[in-house]
Design a protein around this ligand. Structure first.
Ligand SMILES: [Zn+2]
Length: 91
């Protein structure tokens, strides 16, 4: 197979293949630094509650609502953004 567009996409340890929007948020754990992932997964203080899927995180990011989660400042949100950029649906 030639160097294809999937070569830099993160794959999930929980299953074969790229991380997809329907994946549980746990599939982002390998792509996001611990502190950012933990705050994201807890979803504390946010009116929408903890995101349950990768798609939920993408939606919150696109709506610029990740900052409503306690503990998520611009630096950690940038780390989450970088992780999302490596998932299939965000490309
Ligand atoms: Zn997954």
């Amino acid at each position: 197979m030639p160097a294809d567009r999937r070569s830099h996409i993160m794959t999930a340890p929980q299953h074969t293949g790229p991380v997809l929007a329907g994946c549980p948020v746990d599939c982002l754990e390998i792509a996001i630094p611990r502190a950012a992932f933990n705050a994201l997964a807890r979803g504390e203080g946010a009116p929408f509650g903890p995101p349950s899927t990768v798609g939920d995180v993408i939606t919150l990011y696109q709506q610029k609502r990740l900052g409503e989660i306690r503990g998520l400042g611009p630096r950690l949100i940038a780390q989450i953004e970088a992780g999302l950029a490596r998932t299939e649906p965000a490309r």
